[in-house]
Every structure is written in C-alpha cells, then in structure tokens.
Design a protein around this ligand. Structure first.
Ligand SMILES: [Zn+2]
Ligand SMILES: [Zn+2]
Length: 375
C-alpha cells in the first residue's frame, strides 16, 4: 500500500527542486546512507536507503512526481514499487559509476544490490538504442538575377545563418562530448518494465524509456558552449557560380552547407532557388527573346534606320521601304545562351506602326498622292 511519505524531505530538496537538483540530492543521500558505511546500524541504513530509492523513483519521474504532488502519494498502479520484490530495474549502473571507483568497494557492490533488489534486474542491453544520428535540415535561400545577368556565368555571394556542430562537444550536447551517465529511470536498459496489478491479475508492461528515448543514457552535464543543443549558430558566406542561361526557378544544391545534423549526423544542404526577374522589354521563350518596337507610318512607308534593344545595348538596323505592321525581324545569336553557356538563341523583333495625326504639310502631300492614285 502506498504510504504517505515526504519524498522531498527524504531527499532533502525543495518542493520545486529541478530534476538536476533531485538527482544531485539523491546521489548525495545514497552515498551517505549506503549500508556499507553503516555496519553498526545496518538495518536502519537499509531502511533509509530504500526510502531514498523510493523517493527518487517518484520524484525523478515527472508523471509520478505530479501524481505525488497532487495526491500526496503515488497510486499502486503507477509505481514499480507496488507490492514486493519489484525493485528489479533500479539504479545499478549509476552506483557502479559512483562507488566503483571512488570508494574502494567495487567488488561487493553488485552483491549488495542483488540482495537488495533481488535478481529481477533485467540488465540485458539488447533493446538499448543509440543516439540516432540524423541529417540536418536543408536551408533554402533565393537569389534574384536580372535577365542581362544570365548572359554569362555569374558569381553571387550568399550570406546566411546556419547551425554548425558545436566543436566543444562534437554535436553531442554533453560537456566535452563525454558527459553522459546511465539513465536513472530505466537504469540504462532503454526500456521500462512495470508490473501492473489489476483485477484480473498482474502483468508486466514494457515500454521505451521516455527519459532517454530508449538510449539508456542521458547527458549528465550540458555542454557549456551550446547549452546542450549540440549546435551553434554561425554566419555563413559562400560564393556560388550560377550558370549562364539559367531558367527562372532553377534550383541549385550546395551539399553539406545546411544545418548541422543531430548527434553527429551529416549536415543538410543549402538549396538555392534562382529567380530571374522579368524584363519589361523582352519576353523570354527558352533561349530566344521577343520584343516589339514602334515606328512611325512614314518610316514604315519610306524605310530607314531603327533602334533595337538587346541585352547588350541598342543596335541600329535598316528596314526597307514599305515595311508592314506586324512584320517580325529575326536577329540570330543575340538571344540568351542555352543553360551552361551554349549556343545563343535569337531575338525576334515585331514592328508596330503608329498612325498619328499628320502635320499640315504631310496632309497636303498625302492628299496629292491619294488624288493621283485614284485618278
Ligand atoms: Zn532511460
Ligand atoms: Zn556543445
């Protein structure tokens, strides 16, 4: 049955102590009340020791702690301590780390724990996972180019911020990359076994340890450089060459220039989307360009020199007498290059004729011509 014990007092911590503080207090108490240090009053020490375990088991588990805070005890179903002899999955590794080296009692530690906790310990590690390495996220950036910029390969400098792997902890988030300890909740097994008693009998529920996500270890000290994230932000500046003739919405990928992965996983990529701005003078059709120019009807009738826009400035061109509206002139090899700088396309120029109100002199002359033609 659940007794009403003050777990906070047993561990000597505040009611709003952090997990870190609870863990610290627990280690302290365990050291203090280890039965091996109390040979003269062993029974009392063992009792204390059990209480400390029990308190820690509850307070280190956020769900149980919440129940305990609310109810003042933890209902049987939710604690592995319900009944007797169900202490199997406690604390072995943490103690080995702890006492094994520092106290000169390494050898018989495990015996003590066996007597304490029975042999249901289930220390098999087969189900333990490793910290899953994950590829980092890709970073997307856009580069905008004017049409005339894509005549040739163009170099662009891209500045952006990304996460780099923290070099202090090699991306692990643990101080110096090695400040791990056995997960106190699952004792390094990565799974938790809970015996549940119900009306129909008792059964064992096994599930992945939520504290360590099945890894079996947790970070004991967070990396001081990255605060445990394993990543640091860095301003990045890279130069990329965008190929001549690039189409709008073209995507380029720079491998490994995205965000750092998780637990030493590979970096993501930098994805560059190239936008080619529309040009008010030209319509782009693949590597060909289309444009329109307007000339006066007199020029259309008499012929003459016209100025044609190209991506490299204006060119002058003669048109013959009697050029009809809608005439399309083709200029070879002054369009856009094919992607990567191949052969250039053509420029098509459509001639519009503006019919404006004639001047008095033009009117007189035109009337004279018209009269002559109709006679
Ligand atoms: Zn765990
Ligand atoms: Zn770090």
């Amino acid at each position: 049955m659940a007794e009403r014990k003050d777990y906070y007092r047993i561990l000597g911590v505040d009611r709003n102590a952090t997990q870190e503080e609870i863990k610290k207090a627990y280690r302290q108490k365990v050291k203090e009340w280890h039965p091996d240090r109390h040979r003269e009053n062993k029974e009392q020490a063992e009792q204390k020791f059990k209480e400390i375990q029990e308190a820690y088991e509850v307070l280190s588990n956020p769900e149980k702690r919440k129940l305990y805070d609310n109810l003042g005890f933890v209902p049987d179903e939710s604690t592995a301590y319900a009944g007797s002899g169900q202490r199997g999955s406690s604390t072995g590794d943490i103690f080995e780390d702890f006492f094994g080296n520092g106290f000169g009692m390494g050898e018989h530690i495990s015996d003590i724990f066996d007597t304490f906790f029975g042999t249901g310990g289930g220390r098999s590690r087969s189900s333990r996972k490793n910290f899953a390495r994950e590829k980092g996220d890709d970073i997307h950036v856009a580069v905008t180019l004017k049409l005339e910029e894509i005549l040739y390969d163009v170099k662009k400098v891209i500045e952006y911020t990304r996460y780099e792997e923290c070099s202090h902890c090699n991306g692990t988030g643990a101080e110096n990359g090695n400040s791990f300890e056995t997960c106190p909740r699952c004792n390094g097994n990565g799974v938790i076994r809970e015996e549940q008693k119900s009306f129909f009998g008792s059964f064992v529920r096994t599930y992945t340890c939520p504290t360590c996500n099945g890894v079996g270890k947790i970070i004991s000290r967070r990396c001081s450089y990255c605060a445990g994230s394993g990543k640091v932000t860095k301003r990045e500046r890279i130069e990329v060459t965008i190929p001549a003739g690039v189409p709008d919405n073209y995507t380029m990928k720079v491998r490994g220039k995205g965000n750092a992965g998780k637990y030493g996983g590979p970096y993501g990529d930098l994805i560059i989307q190239v936008r080619v701005l529309p040009d008010e003078r030209f319509i782009r059709k693949g590597s060909d360009l289309e444009t329109e120019i307007s000339i006066s009807y007199l020029k259309a009738v008499l012929g003459g020199t016209i100025k044609i826009p190209t991506l490299e400035g204006y060119i002058e061109e003669k048109i013959p007498e009697g050029t009809n509206p809608g005439t399309v002139l083709r200029f070879r090899n002054i369009g856009l290059p094919e992607l990567g700088g191949g052969k250039r396309g053509d420029l098509y120029v459509r001639i519009n004729v503006i019919i404006n109100k004639p001047s008095r002199k033009e009117k007189k002359n035109s009337e004279a011509i018209t009269r002559r033609n109709t006679c």
